[in-house]
Design a protein around this ligand. Structure first.
Ligand code: PHE
Length: 347
């Protein structure tokens, strides 16, 4: 009898372990502990036993019954607990936060610049990143055999016929090396007077390091009208820089050479990180080269279909990436296109 009891207990425990839901549990309860259940029957049989056996078996049977009752309750609690979780919605809990994207640091600064320039009456234009050799160089007063081509390491794209007289193989499509080709596109499309800015990506076949990358951003700006002079250029640049840095920024103007402007200028910006005292970001000079500029060359106006006797204009090319580095104190240009979330999530 004792063996039969222990066997039954084990059978019940095994079945309990397999019970997956409450209805299975109820069936087991009826089958074993119910009025006509198997264990109940055994317990009833004990009353007809005699002496020592009755005592021993009765004790064991009661212990088993209590243990199984507890076990049934425990399984019932855990099964109804998980059912609760699945079926109950606590509307007072705070919602799950949806992970939001955010703007890239270059986009943030580009948006600020666009706002600044539109407030000064400039329109914002776009141009193709895959550009013809003609717009990128030729129409900007840089002919095929001109040494100024070497100023910009160029990605030539599809192989094409060598232009007559070029002297070497050259494709006629390039990844634009600067945003200046949009000057010609805009002049041809809109004519003079004209005020535009062109933010966008440019490409150079560079060996990369902390200051150089093959892909970076520029902002081209140009204004063509009657009697435009360098003073207009300087005042627009100052307006732009104080708008971005929210403080008066000192600039330094040096002569510079770009074939599409005459005279050409390099505009350096006083380092806002060290206030011009000299720090690693400005290579201890106190100044950062950031803008190429000048008065638009008459040949370029001619390529754009504008009469250089009637109109003059200034143009500048701003290193947008460099400006972002300076504004946010970023010391490695390669971070911008790295896709590194540890970097990007700081903005
Ligand atoms: N396009 C020049 C560059 O990328 C910058 C520039 C633009 C210079 C306009 C003068 C005028 O280096």
């Amino acid at each position: 009898m004792k063996e039969r009891l222990l066997q039954l207990k084990q059978e019940i425990l095994d079945n309990l372990g397999k019970a997956k839901d409450l209805s299975v549990l109820r069936n087991l309860e009826t089958k074993y502990l119910g009025r006509k259940g198997e264990l109940t029957k055994i317990l009833r049989g004990i009353s007809s036993m005699a002496g020592e056996e009755k005592k021993n078996i009765g004790k064991l049977a009661n212990e088993i019954k209590t243990e199984l009752r507890n076990k049934f309750e425990q399984v019932e609690r855990s099964l109804s607990g998980s059912a609760d979780k699945a079926g109950f919605l606590d509307v007072t809990l705070p919602g799950k936060k949806i992970k939001q994207g955010h703007l890239h640091p270059i986009t943030i600064i580009q948006n600020e610049l666009e706002d600044l320039f539109t407030s000064m009456g400039f329109m914002v234009l776009d141009g193709p990143e895959l550009e013809s050799d003609y717009y990128n160089f030729e129409a900007l007063n840089i002919p095929g055999n001109h040494p100024a081509r070497d100023m910009q390491d160029t990605f030539y794209v599809a192989p094409g016929p060598s232009p007559a007289g070029a002297g070497e193989w050259r494709s006629d499509m390039v990844m634009r090396t600067h945003t200046s080709p949009v000057q010609i596109r805009a002049m041809r499309k809109y004519g003079a007077p004209l005020r535009c800015v062109v933010p966008g990506r440019v490409f150079r076949c560079e060996a990369t390091d902390a200051c150089h990358d093959t892909t970076f951003d520029q902002l081209e700006g140009f204004m063509i009208d009657k009697n435009i002079s360098i003073s207009n250029l300087i005042s627009v640049l100052k307006e732009m820089l104080s708008g971005i840095f929210k403080q008066e920024v000192k600039i330094r103007v040096r002569p510079g050479y770009f074939p599409f402007v005459e005279p050409g200028l390099e505009v350096d910006v006083n380092c806002t990180i060290c206030d011009g005292k000299g720090c690693p970001s400005c290579k201890h000079s106190g100044w950062l080269e950031m803008i190429g500029a000048g008065m638009i060359h008459p040949n370029v106006l001619k390529y754009g279909g504008i009469d250089s006797k009637e109109y003059s204009g200034f143009a500048f090319g701003l290193g947008l990436t460099r400006l972002a580095m300076m504004k946010y104190g970023i010391d490695d240009i390669r971070l911008f296109n790295s896709g590194d979330l540890k970097f990007l999530e700081q903005f």
